[in-house]
Ligand binder design. Structure first.
Ligand code: GDP
Length: 424
């Protein structure tokens, strides 16, 4: 296993953080390649429990180099707060184990404000943004109206470039949203404060990764969110604003010539989603509350209660395909232990026709789930560490999923702790 991506197969929050935390022992470099501080991973290890938003999950491993690639939305203030939280837990973070690409564009305070302004304008048609500025940021990136982290080392150019950007940005803020214009000096002061703190970590990571690759180092690419939130392949427009799919990994990481040898697709044993948009197998009421409580399904970044439902095999199969997953890590199997019978969404009905194919976004609203039930195991499996010790019904559930989505389940997770894993 030389280069590997760990990605979400569904709507995000599948437990990618715990898988990266586990697998970093086999890798030298862990790279975040997309997204910003809008979603979070939870990692539980010997230092404690941490909610990570921007920091790569390899930050807890001695000897592992963590890289924030050019595909990331870098909010200097959010990252600095996270560095402070994690270092307060006793984890060393230095320019040796954290490297920020000089090519990563900077998310500024006005991106966050514009996110809120746009959600307010959309009123009851909101996308369900986390209001961390991600959509306005990526919009600006593609319009080439962003500063790159490396520009912090060129103060004169930075001032002139930011002045040009603000001239345009303030037109939008004032004319479209009726807001107050942003002052150049305020933005420069913010950059000096938070960007200044990050300067020791900013470097030419493209060169670093090239040299590391030549030296035979193994790369782990870490995604945020899942296939169904991918900008191109997800439930548009209720997606994130970047590409979460593994194929984008080497590009967003800063090593576009590197090939992925393995893609670990993380699938939760049931479904959860945050934000708006179609979620075909969704549960409501008491049944949903029970599952949400059992799984602790509240957002890491926002604390929002997550939407929940049974595992959706149509969406999962599609996720496995677009991610090019070579192995599945099935997480949170232990959470289903309370269920007598386990519901599974096996197909959709769209316009009176049963289908196994994940529909085009415009057709998804009309999709209805077809639910089948498999036997539960009704006992605590959180202490199990070997496949043969899993109750037969739990094994059958895993095998059922494996067959339905056509991808080997190589890992079964039965707890949040690093060692609560069954290898198959
Ligand atoms: P991510 O963004 O994909 O990393 O997922 P989150 O961190 O949002 O959600 C996963 C949550 O489930 C975290 O609180 C993990 O600590 C926890 N978790 C991960 N795997 C398991 C598992 O197998 N069992 C249990 N009980 N909790 C798990």
């Amino acid at each position: 296993m030389s280069n590997c991506a760990i990605v979400g197969i569904n709507w995000g929050d599948e437990g990618k953080g715990r898988m990266v935390d586990l697998l970093t022992q086999d890798y030298d470099v862990v790279i975040r390649y997309q997204g910003g501080s809008n979603a979070g991973h939870t990692v539980v290890n010997e230092y404690g429990k941490f909610g990570l938003h921007l920091l790569p999950s390899g930050i807890f491993r001695k000897g592992v180099v963590n890289v924030l690639g050019n595909g990331v939305a870098l909010d200097c203030e959010a990252l600095w707060q996270e560095i402070e939280n994690v270092t307060a837990g006793g984890v060393p973070i230095t320019p040796e184990n954290l490297k920020i690409s000089e090519r990563v564009p900077l998310l500024l305070p006005y991106h966050r404000d514009l996110d809120s302004m746009e959600e307010a304008r959309l009123a009851d048609k909101q996308y369900g943004s986390t209001k961390r500025g991600i959509a306005p940021f990526y919009g600006d990136k593609y319009q080439k109206k962003v500063l790159l982290a490396g520009e912090l080392f060129y103060p004169e150019r930075l001032r002139a470039h930011l002045a040009d950007i603000l001239e345009y940005k303030n037109l939008i803020v004032t004319k479209v949203y009726g807001g107050k214009p942003y002052a150049l000096e305020d933005m420069l002061a913010w950059l000096e404060e938070f960007g200044g703190k990050l300067k020791p970590f900013i470097c030419n990571t493209v060169q670093y990764l090239r040299d590391a690759q030549r030296a035979g180092k193994r790369f782990l690419f870490e995604a945020q969110l899942g296939a169904l939130k991918d900008l191109d392949f997800g439930i548009v427009p209720y997606t994130t604003s970047s590409n979460a799919v593994a194929a984008y990994g080497p590009v967003g990481a800063g090593c576009p010539g590197v090939k992925l040898d393995e893609v670990v697709g993380v699938v939760k044993a049931y479904s959860t989603a945050v934000g708006e948009g179609p979620f075909t197998a969704e549960w409501f009421g008491e049944e949903a509350d029970k599952l949400r409580e059992a799984g602790g399904e509240y957002g890491v970044s926002t604390g929002r209660p997550r939407r929940v439902g049974p595992i959706d095999l149509v969406a999962t199969r599609y996720g496995v395909e677009v991610q090019g997953a070579t192995t599945i890590a099935l997480t949170k199997l232990d959470i289903l232990s309370y269920m007598e019978k386990i519901p599974v969404c096996v197909r959709y009905v769209v316009d009176g026709q049963e289908t196994d194919e994940f529909p085009f976004p415009a057709a998804l609203d009309a999709a209805q789930p077809v639910i089948e039930y498999v036997d539960g195991w009704h006992c605590d499996i959180s202490g199990v560490r070997r496949w043969e010790d899993l109750p037969r019904a739990a094994q059958d559930y895993v095998l059922y999923i494996e067959k339905a989505v056509g991808c080997h389940v190589g890992y079964v997770s039965v707890g949040a702790e690093r060692d609560a894993i069954i290898l198959r």
